[in-house]
Design a protein around this ligand. Structure first.
Ligand SMILES: Cc1cc2nc3c(=O)[nH]c(=O)nc-3n(C[C@H](O)[C@H](O)[C@H](O)COP(=O)(O)OP(=O)(O)OC[C@H]3O[C@@H](n4cnc5c(N)ncnc54)[C@H](O)[C@@H]3O)c2cc1C
Length: 568
């Protein structure tokens, strides 16, 4: 896989554009007072970046070359910068203006578990820092080395470990290496008639190991589960040896060590293999679009679908503002599209009493055999009707399905024009969701007003569970120009995150903690919870060599005796 853009999302030469979306320019002007035809601040050229030379203790480079092979150890500037951070808004803004932070001194590309173990021994022997790297797509500051890290920093890129090792057809389990990217995983499984069913929006550029280490969730989690549900067995190279978790369906072996590895963000070791659930590729897959008269009824319908006998693979509904954005971002409609749209909106207003400003767009996905899909659609259709909604067919769903992996490019498009756009997501019980939604949108608007900036906040519900669902907020603002833009971004992001924990929701449903969300951890899981995590990390990694500072913040300086014990 080619390196991602050092300054933004995805592949060089691919970008988002408004040119083929006739309503988008006007929409963005209204929402955040930005004229997209006006170029913003230009990007710093890569050659103008100031990148510190690698600083490696004597013998470390040679030992790493011996561990993974000389061709698989990189100290060139581009490799180091690409591996320095993830893709949070803060990462993108700083990289674009030439602030690349504490870049790793060296990037290694091991080919197998033995090579990873050799890298681990070498790093501990030289008291170096190890940061596992999957696709580099996290948006929680999970990859960046502390600014003042004085030890050598080694980025361990798992990209060469990209194979599906074997599939146990009887048990429906696959042993998979951690560095496989989403499309490659699905291609290898699909060739044998299987799917993992894990499709995060970052699918094209993220890896199995990264998903596990950050507790990812895919768009079809309603059917397949989150990565935490579909990961059964694990092999992890830790400072004290190989941790092996058997791929049993369930177990009663004390607190779950498997769960400790899930979401561990490289703090406990390097995942070298996972055994995951796989499913037979479905005979039929369809995503239908629905419209609801308002958010309240849309939420109630989603709750009732989750409580019913229906088992859709996707349940997603946008609030009125996100619905307006989705319609504004439609590509050039044909004449027929325009006529049909006019007929539909006239019908909705005149016959169904819809207020088009309050209307909410929903996508619901179905998978399985023909009869199953038909029965599911019927069950869901009845619930949707009870809440005043109606089905608008497969067209919008198919379009959404095709375009979902293109939307990540929009943040760069906004940054090119001087606007900041980002997301914050959470989960909460069904009973909390309506109030949570009101609280978060109000706190975002208050933050915009306090700052005196033009801002936009919108939301969708996705990932439904027995007890609740995820609410996913997207916000954008035009910086005032009178402060540091990241300060204004922080004020809005913090207001939203604080409202999550104040309202009884979690700091993140699937974007992990990293450094970005660490300050809300104690409010989320309580002080004893944080103390347990800290003890787990310190006990497993007494020298604080593994991705230090993530999840629970910086630890105290490790005792040199503990450091020696880890090395021996
Ligand atoms: C535009 C966009 C859309 C996104 N959409 C989604 C979404 O729909 N759902 C979702 O869940 N997330 C989403 N994310 C967030 C991100 O893609 C996930 O957090 C993803 O799981 C990260 O995977 P990665 O391979 O890129 O990991 P990285 O970013 O490389 O690493 C993430 C963390 O995992 C650790 N790690 C990586 N590999 C290993 C390993 N083998 N062993 C131990 N630790 C390891 C790293 O050290 C780091 O702490 C999105 C991000 C962006 C930018």
């Amino acid at each position: 896989m080619a390196l991602m853009k050092w300054w933004g999302w995805g592949d060089e030469g691919v970008s988002f554009t408004h040119e083929d979306k006739p309503a988008l320019r006007e929409f963005i002007k209204r929402a955040i007072d930005i004229d997209v035809a006006t170029a913003g601040s230009p990007l710093v050229a890569f050659d103008d970046l100031e990148i510190a030379e690698p600083s490696l203790p004597e013998g470390l480079l040679e030992a790493l070359q011996a561990a993974v092979g000389p061709r698989h150890v990189a100290t060139d500037a581009l490799d180091r910068v690409v591996h320095a951070r993830g893709k949070s808004l803060r990462d993108l803004v700083r990289h674009r203006r030439g602030d690349v932070g504490r870049v790793p001194d060296v990037v290694v590309h091991p080919a197998d578990e033995d090579a990873v173990a050799a890298v681990m021994r070498t790093a501990l022997g030289h008291d170096a820092v190890l940061i596992p790297f999957g696709g580099g797509t996290n948006i929680s500051g999970s990859l960046e080395a502390p600014e003042d890290e004085a030890r050598a920093v080694i980025s361990v890129d798992l990209g060469r470990m990209d194979r599906v090792i074997e599939i146990d057809h009887e048990s429906r389990l696959a042993r998979v290496q951690p560095g496989v990217f989403g499309p490659d995983l699905e291609e290898q499984l699909g060739a044998r008639g299987w799917t993992a069913g894990h499709f995060p929006d970052s699918f094209t550029h993220s890896t199995l190991g990264g998903w596990i280490a950050s507790r990812s969730s895919g768009m079809q989690s309603d059917k397949y589960g989150d990565i935490a549900d579909l990961t059964r067995g694990l092999r992890v190279v830790t400072p004290s040896g190989l941790l092996a978790i058997r791929p049993v369906p369930s177990t009663s072996t004390g607190p779950s060590v498997r769960e400790m590895v899930l979401g561990s963000e490289g703090r406990l070791g390097i995942i070298t293999e996972a055994t995951i659930h796989v499913h037979r590729a479905p005979e039929r897959r369809s995503i239908l679009g629905y419209l609801f008269p308002d958010w309240r009824r849309a939420l109630e319908a989603m709750r009732e679908i989750a409580a019913s006998e229906a088992s859709p693979s996707v349940t997603r509904v946008s609030d009125a503002r996100e619905t307006q954005f989705s319609f504004a971002a439609r590509k050039d409609p044909t004449l027929l599209d325009r006529v049909q749209w006019k007929a539909l909106t006239t019908y909705l207003q005149r016959r169904r009493g819809f207020d088009l400003e309050a209307m909410c767009l929903s996508f619901i996905g179905y998978e399985g055999g023909e009869a199953h899909v038909k029965a599911q659609r019927k069950l869901v259709g009845e619930i949707v009707s009870r809440y005043g909604g109606l089905c608008i067919g497969s067209g919008p769903g198919a379009l959404y399905d095709q375009k979902k992996f293109d939307t990540p490019y929009i943040r760069d498009y906004l940054l090119d024009r001087g606007a900041l756009g980002d997301v914050s997501e959470t989960s909460a019980p069904w009973g909390v969701l309506p109030r949570l939604y009101e609280n978060v949108t109000a706190s975002a608007r208050e933050a915009f007003d306090r700052l005196g900036v033009t801002g936009w906040v919108m939301c969708h519900l996705s990932h439904s569970y027995h007890a609740g669902a995820c609410l996913y907020f997207t916000f954008a603002l035009k910086p005032s120009g009178s402060r540091e833009p990241l300060e204004e971004y922080d004020a809005v992001k913090s207001a939203i995150q604080q409202t999550f924990v104040d309202s009884g929701a979690t700091l993140s449903h699937h974007h992990a903690v990293g450094t970005e969300h660490a300050r809300w951890l104690e409010e989320d899981i309580s002080a004893p919870g944080v103390a347990m995590l800290r003890a787990l990390f310190e006990g497993t990694d007494p020298g604080a060599n593994l991705n230090p500072g993530k999840i629970v913040g910086r630890e105290r300086e490790p005792a040199s005796s503990a450091r020696r014990a880890a090395v021996s």
